[in-house]
Ligand binder design. Structure first.
Ligand code: D5M
Ligand code: FE
Ligand code: ZN
Length: 483
């Protein structure tokens, strides 16, 4: 089959992405599907990617696999006069989202431009910090004899034999070494590779600077939650992993039914922060965990699972690392061919996305970089996702680590920078749960609807499934409901 597919593609003058070849190789109807897609695209791309292929399958397949209607009739709505969702139209402004703006071609100049932008944007935030008044370029800092203040991007961090940390820090012209003594004032303040920091220190020897304080752009201590005028709530879910044998359909249906009740009548927004489907080929031997091994069918099933939600709830969907879109962040919204499977009023955004719900700034990010924070920063763990989210806010960056577990696309500007501090910051990914606050920012991590996979068991990750954090947009009050 593999050879037939490759030769069909070759004859059409199109190269296939290896992931797409793998996807097609073990499917019976793949040759005809591929030919149909190749027929329908004009102009033909030089390389056909997996996402494009999925996106181009715009015609829903006829067939008995997926019922068009939810199997159970929706519950009768109680006390409709209290349904504020009818009174208030959705009010959404997308503030920042890569969708439609990606320019990344993966060339060398993209990388340097990307890091230049990262450095400049974060350095200008750092320059407003009192501690960094009078910060000088590294080239000058190296020649100073008294206290030095500088701003740089962390190129590397090494632990010395004596247990201190030696960093190489870089700005636009020069680099220097900064030694942070383990027992010094900054001894427990760990910098991670590729983050932009301010250093306050003094010259030591051999051009090395002794770091006494590491300054982060951070959130101002006076930042306060800025609420909406309308008494509406937003609920956050993620990591449904539909298509997996371990998708918790019963608990998800309970949530859908609960959304019809009086208790939920103020929930205007349902934000899904990624990993809507389980996808295919995302982790080793995933096929053993799947009930639907076609990603398109998985999305059809998601659509069916969501069809029972009340009409006036505004659904917003972002992709995660299991979804059918490029894995490199920032990820654009799900492709049109998948969006078509859902009602017209659903809103599909990229990951991350900064938006305004009824005037309240909400930053949504699936949370892949938590894998890097957990491995790269002491004190972090998968069962305390809020701790990693606070580290993102302190660094004003969602994913500082470049070339680690989080794949990053070097776009013209760094979409992972938190350039304006939101009132609500929501993530998913770790299949945990967390609701808290950091300097007036409500921080939420939104659970999962998948029970533990063998892969997660191996990595000692215990999910906390079926929990829904929600926020009162007006007051910032939070609430978690278990299903
Ligand atoms: O992520 C589900 C959980 O699995 C989450 O806690 C992260 C963890 N995970 C995902 N990928 C890895 C790797 N490569 N190493 C260790 N842990 C990982 P999900 O995105 O749903 O698969
Ligand atoms: Fe997930
Ligand atoms: Zn994930």
């Amino acid at each position: 089959m593999r050879e037939e597919i490759l030769s069909a593609a070759l004859q059409s003058g199109v190269l296939l992405e290896p992931r797409l070849v793998d996807y097609l190789a073990d499917r019976e109807d793949s040759l005809e599907r591929l030919l149909a897609v190749l027929e329908s695209v004009n102009p033909r791309p030089l390389v056909l990617t997996f996402e494009e292929f999925i996106g181009l399958r715009a015609q829903p397949k006829a067939g008995p696999e997926i019922a068009a209607e939810p199997q159970a009739p929706p519950p009768v709505r109680e006390r409709q006069e209290k349904d504020l969702r009818r009174e208030y139209e959705a009010d959404i402004r997308v503030v920042k989202d890569i969708t439609g703006h990606s320019t990344c071609t993966g060339e060398m100049k993209d990388f340097s431009r990307y890091f230049e932008h990262r450095y400049r944007a974060l350095a200008s935030m750092l320059r407003t910090r009192r501690e960094l008044m009078g910060a000088v370029p590294i080239a000058r800092a190296k020649k100073m004899t008294k206290e030095v203040r500088l701003i740089g991007i962390v190129q590397s961090v090494k632990k010395t034999r004596a247990g201190h940390r030696l960093m190489v820090v870089e700005d636009e012209e020069d680099t220097c070494q900064v030694l942070v003594p383990s027992k010094g004032p900054a001894g427990d303040d760990y910098a991670v590779p590729d983050e932009v920091i301010g250093v306050v220190g003094r010259p030591w020897k051999d051009g090395i600077i002794l770091g006494e304080a590491i300054i982060r752009p951070d959130v101002s201590p006076s930042h306060a939650y800025a609420g909406a005028e309308a008494p509406l709530w937003a609920a956050f879910v993620s990591d449904l992993h539909v298509g997996s044998k371990l998708f918790l359909e019963d608990r998800w249906s309970k949530f859908v039914q609960w959304m019809h009740g009086e208790e939920a009548s103020r929930i205007k927004y349902l934000v899904i922060v990624g990993d809507v489907v389980d996808g295919i080929g995302v982790y080793p031997r995933q096929d053993e965990d799947l009930v639907l091994d076609d990603v398109y069918l998985q999305y059809e099933e998601v659509s069916r699972q969501m069809a029972g939600l009340p009409d006036n709830v505004q659904v917003i969907i972002l992709p995660g690392n299991h979804d059918a879109i490029r894995p490199a962040e920032p990820q654009p919204a799900l492709p049109a061919g998948i969006q078509e499977l859902f009602p017209d009023d659903y809103i599909f955004l990229g990951n991350p996305a900064a938006l305004r719900l009824h005037g309240v700034d909400v930053l949504c990010y699936h949370g892949r970089s938590m894998d890097d924070f957990v491995t790269g920063l002491p004190g972090m763990s998968y069962d305390r996702p809020l701790a990693a989210m606070i580290e993102m806010l302190r660094r004003r960056h969602l994913a500082p680590f470049y070339g680690s577990k989080t794949p990053l696309a070097p776009e013209r500007s760094d979409y992972m920078i938190i350039d304006s501090v939101p009132s609500i910051f929501a993530t998913g990914h770790v299949h945990g749960l967390g609701v808290g606050e950091y300097r007036g920012v409500k921080i939420l991590n939104s659970s999962t609807w998948q029970s533990q996979t063998s892969y997660q068991r191996m990595h000692n990750i215990t999910p906390r499934a079926g929990m829904v954090p929600m926020v009162n947009l007006q007051t910032g009050e939070t609430f978690v409901k278990a299903f």
